[in-house]
Structure formats: structure tokens, C-alpha cells
Design a protein around this ligand. Sequence first.
Ligand SMILES: Nc1ncnc2c1ncn2[C@@H]1O[C@H](COP(=O)(O)OP(=O)(O)OP(=O)(O)O)[C@@H](O)[C@H]1O
Length: 863
Amino acid sequence: MTTYTPMMQQYLAIKSEYEDAFLFYRLGDFYELFFDDAIKASQILEITLTGRDAGTKERIPMCGVPFHSAQGYIETLISKGYKVAICEQTEDPKKAKGVVKREVVQLITPGTIMEGKTIDGKSNHFIACAENLTPNSFAFAYLDVSTGEANTSIVEGGTKTLLQQLIAFNIRELVVTEQLQMLLAEQAGQLGIVLSLETEEMPEEKSAEYINNLPNELKGVGKTLLQYVERTQMRSLTHIQPFTYTETKELLRIDTNSKRNLELLESIRGGDQKGTLLWLLDETVTAMGGRKLKQWLHQPLATRSVIENRLAIVTDLLDEFFVRNELRELLKKVYDLERLAGRVAFGNVGGRDLAQLRESLRQVPAIKAQLIDSGKSTLANLGEKINECADIEELLSKAISDHPPISIKEGDVIREGYNGNLDELRFASRNGKDWIAQLEQKEREVTGIKNLKIGYNRVFGYYIEITKSQIANADLSRYERKQTLANAERYITEELKEKEAIILNAEEQSLALEYDLFVELRERLKAYIPRVQALASEISELDVYMSFAVVSEKYRFVKPTFHEGRALKIIGGRHPVVEKMLNKQMYVPNDCVLPDNQNMMLITGPNMSGKSTYMRQVALIVVLAQMGCYVPADEAVLPITDQIFTRIGAADDLVAGQSTFMVEMLESQHAITNATANSLLLFDEIGRGTSTYDGMALAQSMMEFIHDHIGANTLFSTHYHELTSLEEELERLQNVHVSATEKDGKVVFLHKVRQGAADKSYGVHVAQLAEMPEAIIERARVLLEEFESKSGEAETAAAEPVEDALQLSFFEEEENVGVAEPSLTGAEQEVLERLQKMNIMGTSPIQAINVLYELQQALLSKK
Ligand SMILES: Nc1ncnc2c1ncn2[C@@H]1O[C@H](COP(=O)(O)OP(=O)(O)OP(=O)(O)O)[C@@H](O)[C@H]1O
């Protein structure tokens, strides 16, 4: 049997409770890792693997990182999706009998790490928890340990939607049941999301205040997430706020794909935020404001009065140029109050943090006064709501020095006058130092050595230093030699030793007292956390309103108005991001008028003419307006939209790796099954991913369905010109086209949306612009003419109901290739019927080949 040393036994006992984490075991100035942890960590962190005697025959693997530089190593492990358990010595080694007591004081996980380069000031860092409500919906809770913010929602639509939600919020860790863990393991792994298992039950009364406001079905997840955070952080986190829940009907809902398609927070090409709406909108000057803006962009509103309230504030800020400028300067001096409050709660706040908190609080009276004195009622209201926290500022001003160092251990954190004992000790030590300065002067005079000096080092304490060249000339009988250097000797005297004891003693005591005072202050501050958080919330909102005002002014936005109906009218609308990116070239503004009885728009026009830009700009205007921001247009009269669905572009599907066409169909299906008459639907080039007739048939039948059964405001772009004749069939459909003209045989895009259908495809010209070889362009021109002359009849086809259109299309195709006879044989008729009835979406490629074979056989055998 192996018998380990007592220390190793302690290690193994602790490690057994943290199987899924690297155990950082504190040994003096190092954190040591043993066994497999050591082998793995030495590879990941590229540190030397050594061994250690552990009472057994063989040495055990070991590696270690210095305590003071551990943070970087911890971050590396966390960023790779691992967890780290920090195990500290919890008693004074000098007083310990036997092995020093050790305990894990924190389990750092990807979702709960609070510091380091992975934490971006302007983003929240959430950890989440999900539990199945039904097989297809989840109760979802997410919480930012650094700021204390906690929210819940219900996620509809299966694990795929759940994972998309995690990606959208950039969530690295999800707390789940074992069952859900199995279900999600593979995909989560590919996406770099860590799944952590739920932990034991927390007493009811402890979680009650956090989850009381939630509807019953969400209480469970809230509690589970709290439990997990408490278990990993191992302290009571006073700064965590009660979970919030917003009824979905109060929000403009935009699914994750549509958020990406519209490039609200991330660009389709991935990478940085450049080119997103967030990039354009973010003129916030505080980190908390930046985070709040993101949240508002994630969740625009759907309650008219609240939106109009926000707009009124922006209007007043826009009116008050000077107030706005003053406020902006003041806000710039406000630090991240939420994260500072988090650090107070967490107990890792330092002197410099408290100085930042104080500096921030000092701005508040002026901010409040600016708002109240602005003479604008909405701003005055904001100002009245702000709690100045003057008492906290006063306490910090009294307690904390002007420029405290980062570490409390360096001293000079607590201000003079805060504590009498501390002042006395400091006086003693300072006095002693003055005495030493005087001694130096005195000794120089006595010995006649001008460059004699008194120095200090940690090993020898204070000493008198004399260069060797001077020694022979002086009477040094009073000195005792302490240390010999290459060109100097160091001495002490009785008197110097005595004074040194007093100074060092006073210094040590003053540092210890200072530390105690600081800890006491930190504890006292915990009681103030909720007030600082409330202030943070008010300041961050103000920062977002200011940002809206700045952006609205900078880009000439106007205030949108809302009405109760469904009609939408945008005059001179612009896509703000494309406009900003256009280099010198003018952006062409466009109207979008969707009266109640004509609220579907079919947009045709050449490639590259600006169809998708036009559709996106309508959606962005709706989003901006419902966030409470002005909009890029000359005029906007809008309905309250409940949901936006988009089917735009070929954004790759991160989660499922499906084919482009399948994604297109899934997104369309999602839109069609969830949209209401108050939604906004954007369908760009539906059916492009499949064969012409297939695609056209689907596009037409979807339009018919939306027209007859949903009634939502819908923009539909297509390159199937045949579809434009649908205008005659569907009374609420209007045709528009994005115009272009030809000049000297080349296409010139006007980017202007006009009534009616486009008449010609400019694809060949676009190919020419792309510098396709001239031979191809020429040949395409010839072919185009040929096709156009042959397809005259097709123009009328699309107006027919789907089945007829399909039938006609087939005839036409066969006619084109010269196969079909004027009248059909029975076998041919049969084959056509079978084809028509076939459910293409429900047919696998193998089945399709079989059917194809059968059809061919049917035709051949009857010949
Ligand atoms: N209103 C406008 N004013 C000025 N430039 C515009 C405007 N709309 C679009 N553009 C420019 O035209 C480019 C192409 O626009 P967009 O992608 O919307 O075309 P599209 O018709 O959807 O093309 P495709 O059919 O190939 O997808 C944009 O990147 C932009 O630079």
C-alpha cells in the first residue's frame, strides 16, 4: 500500500472534491500542481515538469507557478476552457501543528472569472444556466459575476436556439443537468462552451430575495445558477442583484440569426465590430454605458409609452447643447461603478479602486445639478432620481489618501487624520527618518567625510557607508563594521541600531494597522453596494441617452413618431452604417411607404443595385426607433413592431453546419410560423439556393401565404422577374425596383427605389464591372438575347396559382430543349403528375435518384 506524506494526503483529499479543475495548491510563495494536473498544466502553460518526494517509492510529477504571477497562468487555463481551484493556507504556518490547514477559497471557471485580458470593459461577462421546460423550450438565466447583473428569459426553439443564444451573448459557461449535458456536449464542445453540472440545493430562504420577482417556471434556473456561483466563489456575493424578467410582449423580439443578418452587434464577416450598428451607435464614455447600450440593442422595446419616454429624453439632450457637453465631460470621469461594486462585494477591492470610486462619486452632484438645472422636465426627472451617495464619497474622502498605491501592503492608502493610532505610528516612523537624515549630516561633520551616507537594505537594516578611499583618513572607532563592498565599507553604531528598531517597529505596526483599517472599511462599504449599483444604473442609462443624442446629431437623424396602426412610412431613409462606410460617394436616400392595405413590397433590380441594403435599412430604422433613438431618415412614422424576421444573405450556420438552402428554408419556416400581423419580415432572394422553378414556386407560395394568413409588413426581393406580375393577384402587394441605367454599354447604379417592376437584368454588366474576360461577357450577351426572345410566355406564368405555374414551367423548359411533343402521351402525363406531387423537401438524395430512375423507366418502357 502506498502511504503518502501527511501533506500529500491533505492534497489528495482536497483534490478529490475538485476532479474537474486544476488544483493550485499553495506552498509558500508558489502554487504547486501534482500528478496528472502537473503533467497537463506543464504542457499547456509551457512550464517545467519536476518531481517531488511524497512518501512513496517514486517521486510524483509536480510543477508550479509563483504566487505573484499566477494570474496570467490562471487566465491561460481559463481561456482554454479549464477550471482552476485556488487552494490557500488558511492558518499561520508558524502557529500550525503538523500540516498547515488549507482550503479551496475560490473555483475560477470560464463564466466566473472576473479579471484579466479576457474581460472587456464594455462587454458583460455572463455565466448562464438552462433547464428544459418542455422538450422544445428552456428556462434560461444569466448572470455577470463582475457587475452583479442577473436576468432570465424563456428560450423557445430547441437546443439550436439555446446555443445561438449563448453565442449571441458570448457566454462561455453553461450550468446544466446531467441529461442536458449529454445532449449538448458535442456542439458545445465545438463552440468552446464549457458545460458545468448543477450543484447541491441551496436553502430556500437564501435564494428567495433573488428570485421572488420571477414567474414560477423561471425560479428554478435562477436558484440553480445562484447556487453554482456561490459554490464556486465561496463567499456571499452581496452585489448580485435580484433576477429580472421582462415579458416578451414588452420587447421587440429579433432572433439570433436576424440579429446577425442585420449586423446589430456583430458583423456577418465576423471579426471586430466595425460595420455593425453597435459600432455606429457607441459614443458612450463609460464602460457601464457601453454595456447598457449593448443590452438595449439586444432588446429594443415594444411598449410605445416607454419608447416615447426615451425619445423625449434624447430630444431634450439634443436641445441642450451646453448641458450635453458638460455632462459628457463629467461622465468621462466616472469609472466602472458596477465592477467596482463587484470588487467590494468580492473582497478584492484595492486602494486604487476605492480612489476611483471616490473620483466617480465626486462627479455625481454636478451631473445631478446639470440635469435638474437644464430646465427640461425629462432631464430634471432623471436628475431627481439620482442618489448622490454623498455619505459614501465623504467616507472615502476621509479614509483614502489622494493617490493610493495598488497594493495595501505598500502603505499610504489610509489618509492622515482618519485614525489617531495610525497617525502616531506614522509620526514615529517619519520622525525617526528625519532623525536619520540629521544623523547623516552630523556624522559627515564629525568625520569630515563629505560623501558619507546612510542607507537602508532589508538584510542589514540602516548602515553608514564610507568609500574605501576615505577610510584611512577618518577616526572610525565608534563604528562597528557590518559589510564590505568592492569600494566601500558599511558600518553601524549603537545609536543607529536603537533608532532603527523604533522606526521599523513603528513602520511594521503602522502597515498592519493600515491593513486592518482597510479591511474594516471594505466591510463597511458592503452595506452601500445596492446604492452604488442603483447609481451605476442611472449613470449608464444617461450615458446611452447621451450617445443617442451624439449619434443623432452627428448623422442627421430625425425623431420617429409612432401610431397604433400597422402602416409604415419612411421618407428619405438611409442605411446608417453603409452611409458611414461610403467613401465620399453620396448615399442615396430612399422612401419606404407601406400603407395598411398595401404592406407587402416586392423589390426587383439588378444585382449590386442595393436591394438588400434597402431592406436592411428599413429594419435598422425600426430597431433604432424602438430602442428610443432617432433614425436616419427625413421622416419616419412607424407602427410598434413586435418581431423582426429576416432571411438575408448566405450567413453560414455556426451551430448546425447545414446547407445554405436548408438554412434558408429553416429561417423562412421560423419566420412564417412565428410572425404576426405586427411583425416585419425581410425576405431577400428567397429560393435562390435551389433550381429556378423550384425556387420561384417556393417564393410565390410563401408570398401568397404571408399575404393571406399573416398580414405582416413584408419586404421581398427577388431576381425572378416573373414574380412581379403577382401584383395583380395579391391586392396588398406593390412592386418597386432599384433603378440602374446603362451608360456607354456599362451599368450605372442609381440606388434609387422606384415604383413598379424592374425590366431588365444587369447581371452581365455587373460581370463586366468585375472584369470578367471579354469573351465571356460577349458570349453572355448573345445568350441573354436568345433566352429573352424565347421566354416571352413565361412572363404570364407566375401570376397563376403555384400548381399551374409549375406545370407551365415544365412545358416551357421541355420546349426550350426541344423534347416535348405538342400533346403528351399517357406515360408522360403520369410522370409529370408524379413529379408535381413529389415532396422535394422530404426526399433524400438517394430517394430522389430512385424516383428519377423509376420515372425514366416509365418513359422508356412506354415508348
Ligand atoms: N442607397 C444607396 N446609396 C449608395 N450606395 C448604395 C445604396 N445602396 C447600396 N449601395 C451600395 O451598393 C452596394 C450593393 O448593395 P446591396 O448589397 O444592397 O445590393 P443587392 O442589390 O442586394 O445585391 P445582390 O443582389 O448582389 O445581393 C452596397 O455595398 C453599397 O456600397
